[in-house]
Ligand binder design. Structure first.
Ligand code: CS2
Length: 477
């Protein structure tokens, strides 16, 4: 079958939406981590802007693999986006100009240090930031140690970013906006602080230049994006008549709330549906704690119960009821919603999104990187509940379910997708030893009330899948 590319766009059926802008656009954006989430969420918004503002093409930078570059570059950066609903909708996205890999080190630095570039954005996942449990740059992280010793051939996102910014300064260009789009509380603030620490280790003048000229707004991103599978590739071929090496899919719902704090030129993303706000923190906490917290709870409990997808797990009435109570009774009281957000309705909408039968979102995908995700998704909520003297028995259940998931993975001899996999698998069956891992639990590992609640939930999970939602569960701790 003919492959999707600039030259074959004309073969598409008329009903398939496609980019109509001049595709020799400059890249105003350098995006680190052009995986499925970026391509399903932010890149289509830039595509919409390009219709009448040519500045906002994207150069993607893949730090860990060449797969995206190998799939997209032969397609001139084009790919298909499927919006999943009762009636799926397919469109071609054309905002990505090219994808670089670390084999093109000079080109990465040159892209960040180009006069066309105004924005660097990132979806490098939680682990890509190399932070400690307290949210500071982890100076002992092997990639950070490497990058401080060899700043011209870095490995970490922070190292590449600072290499590009140093070159911008050398070329006497202006500063940039650096926009984190990852699921971290206070993502922009943490990134800015990590960059300042790293740059300061290299050169105090560079650190001050960055502080004076660059901005690190926080942002909240939300759209459920199941990983690409062969079923999607087949649907895309049938609908478009063209082969696409890496189409992406997401639910129709999408939300991007961005702190209005930019250096220099700013893309008018509000024209593409983004919300520019001064209260991103409220949106971020609501989304991260409620949606992602509940997602991780469903993933570990659902996998332990033998389910494969979110919608399937939601069809188990006990599990759906547990997750709803977790959100309404345990998480919501720790969230201060931004003006205009009705938290009750927000929770209702999340539950409906989880139950969407048109989406096969695999629990195993959400279960990845638990050691990196749980601190942002659930441990902050638990700390707040402890400080307010509220019960944490229910909140401890997903933590215990994660430990049971590690046990099962170890027993099956399957790989655990987590940067701390070796450490976690070595502690399988010993929940107390996992609670002692300072890089995950920090102070909570020394909080006997918390540890007792987790160990209690761990025991009950083995006995009866005991995620019951009765009052005892809610008040036991
Ligand atoms: C999910 C998220 O994979 C996961 O861990 O919880 O990717 C989630 O689907 C998105 O954050 C929704 O916006």
């Amino acid at each position: 079958m003919t492959r999707l590319s600039h030259a074959t766009l004309a073969n598409l059926p008329e009903t398939i939406d496609r980019p109509r802008h001049d595709r020799s656009m400059p890249s105003g954006v350098v995006h680190f981590g052009p995986g499925a989430f970026h391509r399903a969420h932010q890149a289509p918004m830039f595509d919409a802007l390009l219709a009448d503002d040519a500045r906002w093409g994207i150069t993607g930078v893949s730090l860990n693999s060449r797969d995206v570059a190998a799939a997209l570059n032969p397609q001139d950066g084009l790919y298909t986006l499927a919006l999943l609903d009762a009636q799926p909708d397919f469109r071609i996205v054309g905002s990505i100009a090219r994808v670089l890999t670390t084999q093109e080190a000079d080109a990465i630095v040159a892209a960040v240090a180009s006069p066309d570039t105004h924005l660097v954005s990132a979806t490098v996942t939680e682990k890509g930031y190399c932070l400690t449990a307290g949210g500071d740059l982890d100076a002992a992280h092997p990639a950070i140690l490497h990058d401080l010793a060899a700043p011209r051939v870095p490995r970490s996102f922070i190292g590449w970013l600072v290499a590009g910014l140093a070159e911008r300064r050398r070329r006497a260009l202006g500063g940039l906006t650096i926009l984190s789009c990852d699921n971290l509380a206070d993502n922009g603030r943490k990134l800015g602080a990590a960059v300042a620490t790293f740059a300061g280790e290299r050169d105090a003048g560079l650190r001050d230049w960055i502080a004076d000229r660059c901005r690190f707004p926080c942002s909240m991103v939300d759209s459920i994006t199941p990983a690409t599978d062969d079923a999607l590739r087949a649907r895309v071929e049938a609908a478009t008549g063209l082969a696409d090496a890496w189409p992406v899919q997401r639910e129709r719902f999408t939300q991007w709330v961005i702190e209005d704090d930019f250096a220099g030129e700013r893309p008018e993303l509000e024209r593409a549906g983004a919300i520019l706000s001064t209260d991103v923190r409220g949106y971020e906490a609501a989304k991260l704690r409620l949606l992602n917290g509940a997602h991780s709870a469903l993933a570990y409990l659902g996998l332990v119960l033998g389910y494969a997808s979110v919608a399937e797990a939601m069809r188990d009435a006990r599990l759906a009821a547990f997750v709803e109570r977790l959100m309404r009774d345990d998480i919501a009281p720790t969230v201060t919603p931004p003006a205009g957000l009705d938290i009750g309705r927000y929770i209702g909408a999340i539950l409906a999104r989880f139950a969407n039968p048109a989406i096969v979102h695999r629990l195993s995908q959400i279960a990845w990187d638990g050691s990196q995700k749980l601190p942002h998704r659930l441990l902050g909520t638990i700390r707040d509940a402890r400080a307010a003297d509220r019960p944490i028995a229910r909140l401890a259940v997903p933590i215990a379910a994660w430990m049971r998931f590690i046990d099962r993975t170890a027993a099956a001899g399957e790989p655990l997708v987590d940067p701390l996999a070796d450490m976690l698998l070595a502690r399988a069956g010993d929940p107390r030893a996992i609670l002692d891992l300072d890089s995950i639990f920090a102070d909570l590992g020394r909080d006997e009330g918390f540890c007792a609640a987790v160990l209690n939930a761990y025991t009950r999970l083995a006995q009866s899948h005991a995620f019951d939602t009765d009052e005892r569960a809610g008040s036991a701790a």
